[in-house]
Design a protein around this ligand. Sequence first.
Ligand SMILES: Nc1ncnc2c1ncn2[C@@H]1O[C@H](COP(=O)(O)OP(=O)(O)O)[C@@H](O)[C@H]1O
Ligand SMILES: [Mg+2]
Length: 279
Amino acid sequence: MCPQFIGGAGCMLKISHVSRRFGNKLAVDDVTLEIPQGQMVGVIGRSGAGKSTLLRMINRLADVSSGSISYGKVPVSTLRGQALRNWQRDCAMIFQQFNLVPRLDVITNVMLGRLNGRNPVLNLLQIFTTEEQLHALKALERLDIAATATQWAQTLSGGQQQRVAIARALMQGPKMILADEPIASLDPRNAQIVMDSLRDINAEGITVITNLHTLDTARAYCERIIGMAAGKVVFDGTPDELTSEVARTIYGADGLKEALTSTAIAPIAPRVPIATPTA
Ligand SMILES: Nc1ncnc2c1ncn2[C@@H]1O[C@H](COP(=O)(O)OP(=O)(O)O)[C@@H](O)[C@H]1O
Ligand SMILES: [Mg+2]
């Protein structure tokens, strides 16, 4: 069954001895991880630890230098052409800087999540079906920002823009969401809304892997925490297992102070399931 169905038994993201070099720099160094479908994983570590590179290799925005990545039977790290585009649809990415088209209305930004797999001419003309428009509106409603649908994206607050980016990701009908520091540019209130949204999406069976700067946010939201230092995984466990001693190994003494003093947030909203638009 795997990987056609979300949460399919045995659907595992396998990262096997993956390394990534940039010139002499080993950004990711022999990382091996298995992430079952539906987990909510926080990746923590100092700046430069290799967190973004790891996420980018899963999404294939970056290629591995050695090792392999697979998802069920999908050989992620060697995909080409349409198969690669299909994977990038299944594995939506969210960025710190939202990456919306600023002078395009919100609903069109969300519908851009559907470009892959559509008729290229319709894409060029930005013609969307009524069904697609309804899906997009529904995704915006789930994130409580449907009222902004006709505004230019650039007129929204950062927190609203990140929610638009999540709605756009949901339009892809993803099996997995990779979020690279999704709350690093947000104030605490908006950070909390965005993290609550990711957690609710995860409750629907979508794997969420998110790089986070703040230790306590990772603790509050993620069932599994992966700590990276100098390209290597130096911790992989539950929030309870992440003792202050382990945190010092991940961040170093100086980094730990910063990771702890960055504004921490915790969930307030109950875990409300978010229905994802079907492809
Ligand atoms: N495109 C690139 N070219 C050269 N070096 C890079 C590139 N991307 C990342 N690096 C280097 O790889 C290391 C890990 O970077 P990154 O994955 O961005 O870490 P993090 O997200 O944990 O801050 C850093 O030393 C960074 O400078
Ligand atoms: Mg990064």
